[in-house]
Design a protein around this ligand. Structure first.
Ligand SMILES: Cc1cc2nc3c(=O)[nH]c(=O)nc-3n(C[C@H](O)[C@H](O)[C@H](O)COP(=O)(O)OP(=O)(O)OC[C@H]3O[C@@H](n4cnc5c(N)ncnc54)[C@H](O)[C@@H]3O)c2cc1C
Length: 458
């Protein structure tokens, strides 16, 4: 007879979605088993958000060293010490990992180390031990899709790219989405020759088209090559290089090919189907309370169709814990989830892009303004180009916030507030943005939308 332990909630997977569920549930006094086969913190902490942003910070420093002499700061960029850079990156991860495990313990959560499998509607088996929950929350996360390519040698995904021991001389990146353009930006700043291959007409194709076009201009200026409307066909590995062949007859050779074509749900062979859970191409389907069709089983994070972002997982985890605790939280509006792409220049957005707003409200019922960062003092000091764009339902609320420019990711919070509060320009009367900050560019865009632009021509 197998050993069985009972909990209010059993969480399978301790990434952003799973650990947020566990921590909030612990805070609410529920007993929780948090099952993790690898490391608590999941993709985001160990293979995603945190390591990439450490590499991007180093990229920003490298760019600033290059720019120094032009603004009177002497010095020179002499190259990247990958071993020191990896130590810095790993030390950030390690500190956060320690902090996180301490926090989870302090909430009274029982962390179970091992790979679990759902063996009935309320029980997860880990190495023969059974963890039974009044509720089960599935949070098994995602993996890099590879379209059948062998990830060996010189064909890599973000997992390998995060742990390279030298800066490659040249890289081909398959996919011009968020992960693809972030790595393109990093490697270019480190001195590599970068070529992106993207099947769709634009880089970051989910963003407002004006943002994609601005990024393309900026990348061109930085010497990042990209080929849009170009479908990958196959790759051949040689001893010291790879050659990528595309369906339109082009061929590119570089030291490495990084495959960044999106992430698939990690749900295979975990017993989900056997428990009767409705799935779609590996994703777990839920209602707006994140309940699956099987009573008592919830799902959060990247396995639920939608934006695959860590903070969406956090929000869903908090929601599920509160729902189970009987607090009846308001369903999450996915349209209000902020998105940041941390390449140089950075991209920040919330809500609808202009094309989607026009689809929803009709072309004549949408108004959009752009405030060019040329009119923003702080952005000029940083030497960046870009803009803030606001999309509004005519005579109605702001439904989309879009920004591009160095460090503009930090501005996304106000974008989220204005979209989620369905703000109209008049709601900002009497509010002002501190000078000289990049934040002012949002205020200027609002003034323009209200028909009273200050630092921009009518
Ligand atoms: C390169 C990269 C950069 C990214 N950058 C950002 C960013 O800047 N901002 C952002 O918001 N998002 C970013 N993301 C996305 C973010 O990492 C994910 O959205 C987030 O980690 C999803 O959380 P999750 O809890 O659904 O899954 P995961 O974080 O993938 O966690 C799932 C966990 O479950 C565990 N697990 C799976 N199956 C089992 C099992 N059977 N038994 C026990 N444990 C199991 C896994 O080991 C894993 O730890 C990035 C992703 C990548 C790859």
């Amino acid at each position: 007879m197998a050993d069985t332990q009972d909990f209010d909630i059993v969480v399978l997977g301790a990434g952003s979605g799973g650990y947020a569920t566990a921590m909030r549930a612990g805070q609410l006094g529920l007993s929780v088993a948090l099952i993790e086969g690898d490391k608590v913190g999941g993709t985001c902490l160990h293979r995603g958000c945190i390591p990439t942003k450490a590499l991007l910070h180093a990229a920003e420093v490298a760019d600033e060293m290059r720019e120094g002499p032009a603004i009177g700061v002497r010095g020179a960029f002499e190259g990247i010490d990958m071993s020191a850079l990896n130590s810095y990156k790993n030390s950030v991860i390690e500190r956060m990992y320690k902090g996180l495990t301490g926090l989870i313990d302090s909430r009274g959560v029982t962390t179970v180390h091992g790979w679990g499998r759902l063996v009935s509607k309320n029980t997860v088996d880990v190495d023969g031990k059974l963890y039974r929950g009044k509720h089960v929350v599935l949070a098994s996360g995602s993996f890099s899709k590879t379209i059948g390519l062998d990830i060996t040698g010189r064909v890599i995904t973000s997992d390998q790219a995060l742990n390279m021991d030298r800066v490659p001389g040249s890289v081909i990146i398959l996919g011009g989405g968020v992960i693809g353009v972030e790595f393109a930006s990093v490697w270019r700043s480190y001195g590599a020759d970068v070529t992106i291959v993207e099947g769709l007409p634009h880089l970051v194709p989910n963003e407002d088209e004006t943002v994609s076009k601005m990024l393309e201009r900026a990348f061109r200026k930085r010497g990042i090559k990209f080929n849009t409307k170009t479908m990958f066909d196959h790759v051949v590995q040689h001893d010291d290089s790879v050659t990528v062949y595309t369906k339109n007859g082009k061929e590119f050779t570089a030291d490495y090919l990084m495959v960044a074509i999106g992430r698939g749900p990690a749900t295979a062979n975990l017993g989900y189907e056997e428990a009767g859970i409705t799935m779609d191409r590996g994703f777990v389907l839920t209602n707006d309370r994140l309940q699956t069709n099987v009573p008592g089983i919830y799902a959060v994070g990247d396995i639920v169709p939608g934006l695959q972002l860590a903070h969406r997982g956090f929000l869903q985890g908090i929601f599920v814990a509160e729902d189970i605790a009987g607090l009846s939280p308001k369903p999450i509006n996915e349209n209000y989830i902020p998105r940041v792409t941390f390449c140089n220049p950075e991209i920040a957005s919330v809500g609808l892009n202009q094309a989607k707003a026009e689809e929803l409200y009709g072309k004549d019922n949408v108004e959009a303004v752009e405030f060019n960062l040329a009119g923003n003092g702080k952005s000029q000091m940083l030497g960046t180009q870009g803009f803030v764009k606001l999309v509004r339902e005519k005579n109605g609320p702001i439904v989309g916030f879009h920004a591009i420019g160095a460090r503009m990711g930090e501005q996304v919070g106000e974008g989220e507030l204005m979209v989620a509060w369905e703000a109209e320009p008049a709601d900002f009367d009497g509010l002002i943005h501190a000078h000289p900050t990049q934040n002012e560019s949002i205020g200027e865009a609002i003034l323009a939308l209200a028909g009273k632009p200050l630092h921009t021509h009518n």
